[in-house]
Structure formats: structure tokens, C-alpha cells
Design a protein around this ligand. Structure first.
Ligand code: BES
Ligand code: ZN
Ligand code: MN
Length: 490
């Protein structure tokens, strides 16, 4: 779908539907709403007076317009309480509008900006909301595919805000298209999206948007001493890949932000095998890696002034004849020895070598993201991403970027006391810390390999997959963190 800015009066815009937001308790007594109400013969007043539409968040009402405007339909969107209103409400309303109107077979719609927030920020949010909402994970349906004729969204704005609106649309489009690309990659089944295939997705991005790509094979990993990553990979017939995308700004920078994403293309648990029930979901265990590649795609287009690395350790976690066993001891690239108590705690094992490699490549700041623990869903459900780290300033910077993106992050502690839980009798560290504080001990393990580089860890196991279709979002991969990562560096 194309998104454009339009500075005509709302009633002049020729389209299938006009989407207009109304705050809770708002009456069409003045301004645009009054004008709209007049042009449609008081329908808005009557919808509000009868209580059929009261402007609550995520509420909507669809009416045929017989009035004095060029739009053939009107979609009213509840904006919720005015004093709680944020750009993220715009994102959701645009999402509801796009999905609702697609269902009504609309081809074009206008989205009226009347929020009193920054025009560029709103246009960006509206563009993101609509494009993210239209994503459907139905690539493999051969019948009953979701039909869409929606090919144009016009963001209606005042003439003096036209340039700001255009800027916001462009940024929103780049970020949303990158996110949807990431969601497609995550949604692929594991027989398609192997580590090798992930590397070729990274190659596509590198070629299209001008990034440098380096893909390390297992021999190169062995030379570098990545025994922790290779230990996970050894149970699989699919060769592991360490994917490195690199962005460099025009003017030299001393800062290098490394984004490191877990790319387990299927997690059986290995010899510590998972129960069959729900195991098919473990195809999304590479969400962190796909998100990294997606963020790099947007970053390459938005051209920030710092160096950015996107690093994805990609492997399967399989229980093959050569698979590592519980009790095995492996040596990571940093030289630390690890007792592998549970082969299903594989994410931290591959990230240990990947974050160490990020440092070797000169990272001055690290963000890793991973579907690391089931425990994060127990703690935070599917609402918040868990954020932990070794440097409060860097944590706060990442949280601020999340706020700006409308993504919810919640910090968990990472005090030294938790180190006790991952002490090993036989090696420097063990890969699980028992039932207590699973998300924290998982993060603590990775912390041991970043040494003193400012680092944050994002556990997205609870938030990377949407379990049921929402009015503004399809079931399936959410693409969580793409927006935050992009806002963090650009
Ligand atoms: N990939 C899983 C975590 C996960 C669980 C992601 C559910 C998405 C949904 C991870 O590799 C894993 O198996 N973690 C174990 C760790 C445990 C063995 C310490 C877990 O959470 O049970
Ligand atoms: Zn896993
Ligand atoms: Mn696992």
C-alpha cells in the first residue's frame, strides 16, 4: 500500500472511506468534527447521543456517507481519553482503520490527522500502524487467502504541516517495511528458514541497501575458538552460520553499536528435548536474528552517524547423533569454560560467542535480543519485553528509544547475587541456574561474555509472537524491537 500526504480539505478528498478519530466524550461542537457532522446531516451527533459510538480506545463505527463530501464511507475511530493520548494511539487507530477497511473491500482511504501532537511523529505512527496491520502470515495458503484491494492511504493534514507529514511518512514506511520483512522471515517454517537461508536473506538486504556482509562458516568459527556456539550446532545436519552485517556512516565515528540476535532456526531442546505439545512454535526461535537483519535494513536507509553491526549466530538445536550431551564442557571464544547442564538453554550458549565476537569487531555498545526464556512470559506475559544490562545509562537509553517507538520494556535486576545460581563445580560457569529467576540467570550468563562493554539484553520470548488476531494486528510474528533498535541508532 502506498501512503501519501494530502493537504486538501477532508471533504475534498476522493476516496472509498474517510477515517476520523473522536476522543472519548468529545462532541462535534466545533472545528473539523462540527464541519463533518454538518456535512453528513448530524449522523455523528446522533451516533454519540444514542451511545452507539462514544470514542473509547479501539472502538469504531462504519457508516455510509450520503453527505457533502467526496469520501463514500466514514469510519469513526475511538481515540480514548484525550489526556492519555500518545502517538502510539495513532499507530493503533491507523491499524484498526487499515484492517477494517480492507475487510470492507476499500481501495483507498484518507486518515485525518487531528491530534495536536507533532505532525511528523503522528504521520510516522499512522504509516507504521497501517502497514504493520496489513501484514498477513498466509503465504502458504493456496485458497481462502486474505484478499486486499487497499492500495492507497492519504494522510490528510494542514498545508503548513505538509512537509513534516511527508518526512514522517517516509520514515514510517522504511521502518514498517523492514519490520514486515522481518516478520516474513520469522514466519517461515524451519524447513525453509535454515541458517543458510537466513544468511541469504541477510545477503539480499546487504545488496539492496548497501551494507557489508560477512558470513562465517563452522571452520572459521572453529579457528576463532567458538566452542560454545559450535557445541549447539553439532547435533544438526544443517551447518551453522555466523552472519555479520555492517553499516558505516560517511563521516568516521568512534562509536560502534552491535545488535546481536539469537538465530535458532528450530529449537527442539536438543538431547534435553522439549515436549511435543507446542514444539512447532520453536520455529520462531530465530526472531531475534530476523529482527536484527530487519533493523539493519531500515538503518541502511536512514543512515545514522554511528557504525552499526548486526550479528546473528544462526543454527538449529537438534538432538542428532553428534549432539552435545548434558554434562559436556565446552570452551567459549573468550576462553571461559561452560558446563552444559541443559542443552535446551542453547540461546545463551550461541550468544556467548556472538557477543564476544561483537567485541572483537570493535563494538563499543552491545544490544542482544533473544527468545531466551519461557520464564519471561511468566514474569511479564506478552505485554513487556524484559530488559537487563550491565550499565544503567545504556539501559536508560534503550528504554527511551522503546518509549519513542510505542514498545513496552520493563527492566529486571541483574545483581551480583544471581551469579551464585550459575556457578559450576567443574567449569567456570554452567548454562542454567535452576527454576528461580530464569530470565535473570539467562541474562547473567550472557553478561559473563561481554566483559566491561556497556550491554543490554532484551528477552523477547513473550512478545515476539502474537497468539491471536487483534483489531490492529494479525496473529503470528510481531516484529517487536525493530522500531526500538532503529530509533536507538537513528
Ligand atoms: N527458545 C527457548 C525459550 C522460549 C520458550 C522461546 C517459549 C519462546 C517460547 C529457549 O531456548 C529455552 O528452551 N529456554 C529454556 C531455558 C531453561 C532450560 C533454563 C526455558 O525457558 O525453558
Ligand atoms: Zn531456544
Ligand atoms: Mn531452548
Amino acid at each position: 500500500m502506498e501512503v501519501k500526504a494530502d493537504s486538501r480539505k477532508f471533504y475534498e478528498i476522493e476516496c472509498d472511506a474517510l477515517a476520523v478519530s473522536v476522543f472519548e466524550g468529545e462532541k462535534p461542537e466545533s472545528g473539523v468534527l462540527a464541519e463533518l457532522d454538518q456535512r453528513i446531516g448530524g449522523v455523528l451527533t446522533s451516533l454519540i447521543e444514542t451511545g452507539e459510538f462514544i470514542g473509547k480506545a479501539s472502538e469504531s463505527a462504519y457508516v455510509h456517507s450520503t453527505g457533502e463530501m467526496k469520501a463514500r464511507r466514514l469510519l469513526l475511530l475511538g481515540a480514548g481519553k484525550r489526556d492519555e493520548f500518545k502517538a502510539d494511539n495513532v499507530r493503533r487507530m491507523a491499524g484498526v482503520a487499515a484492517r477494517t477497511l480492507r475487510g470492507k473491500k476499500a481501495r483507498t482511504f484518507a486518515f485525518l490527522q487531528r491530534f495536536g501532537l507533532d505532525a511528523s511523529e503522528c504521520a510516522q505512527a499512522a504509516t507504521e500502524g497501517a502497514l504493520l496491520a496489513l501484514f498477513e502470515p498466509d503465504k502458504y495458503h493456496t485458497s481462502d487467502k486474505t484478499e486486499s484491494h487497499l492500495d492507497q492511504m492519504m494522510i490528510a493534514t494542514d498545508g503548513n504541516e505538509l512537509d513534516a507529514t511527508k518526512t514522517g511518512i517516509e520514515r514510517g514506511r522504511i521502518i514498517a517495511e523492514a519490520t514486515n520483512f522481518g516478520r516474513e522471515v520469522i514466519n517461515e517454517p524451519s524447513n525453509v528458514m535454515t541458517p543458510t537461508e537466513m544468511a541469504s536473506k541477510a545477503a539480499e538486504v546487504a545488496k539492496a541497501y548497501g551494507l557489508t556482509l560477512d558470513v562465517l562458516d563452522e571452520d572459521q568459527m572453529r579457528e576463532l575458538g567458538m566452542g560454545s556456539l559450535l557445541g549447539v550446532a553439532q547435533g544438526s545436519a544443517e551447518p551453522a552460520k555466523l552472519i555479520v552485517l555492517s553499516y558505516k556512516p560517511k563521516t568516521k565515528s568512534d562509536e560502534t553499536v552491535a545488535i546481536v540476535g539469537k538465530g535458532v532456526t528450530f529449537d527442539t531442546g536438543g538431547i534435553s528435548i522439549k515436549p511435543a505439545d507446542g514444539m512447532e512454535k520453536m520455529k520462531y526461535d530465530m526472531a531475534g536474528g530476523a529482527t536484527t537483519i530487519a533493523a539493519m535494513r531500515a538503518i541502511a536507509q536512514l543512515k545514522p552517524s554511528v557504525n552499526v553491526l548486526g550479528i546473528v549466530p544462526a543454527t538449529e538445536n537438534m538432538p542428532g547423533g553428534r549432539a552435545q550431551r548434558p554434562g559436556d564442557v565446552v570452551r567459549a571464544m573468550t576462553g571461559k569454560t561452560i558446563e552444559v547442564i541443559n542443552t535446551d538453554a542453547e540461546g545463551r550458549l550461541i550468544l556467548a560467542d556472538a557477543v564476544a565476537y561483537a567485541r572483537k569487531l570493535g563494538a563499543t555498545k552491545i544490544v542482544d535480543l533473544a527468545t531466551l526464556t519461557g520464564a519471561v512470559s511468566i514474569a511479564l506475559g506478552d505485554v513487556y519485553v524484559a530488559i537487563l544490562g550491565n550499565n544503567q545509562e545504556w539501559i536508560d537509553t534503550v528504554i527511551a528509544a522503546a518509549k519513542k517507538s510505542g514498545e513496552k520494556f520493563w527492566q529486571l535486576p541483574l545483581d551480583k547475587e544471581y551469579r551464585e545460581q550459575i556457578k559450576s563445580e567443574i567449569a567456570d560457569i554452567k548454562n542454567v541456574g535452576g527454576r528461580k529467576a530464569g530470565t535473570i540467570t539467562g541474562a547473567y550468563f550472557i553478561r559473563e561474555f561481554v566483559e566491561d562493554t556497556p550491554w543490554v539484553h532484551l528477552d523477547i520470548a513473550g512478545t515476539a509472537w502474537n497468539e491471536s488476531t487483534k483489531p490492529y494486528l494479525a496473529i503470528g510474528p510481531t516484529g517487536v524491537c525493530v522500531r526500538t533498535l532503529v530509533n536507538l541508532v537513528c
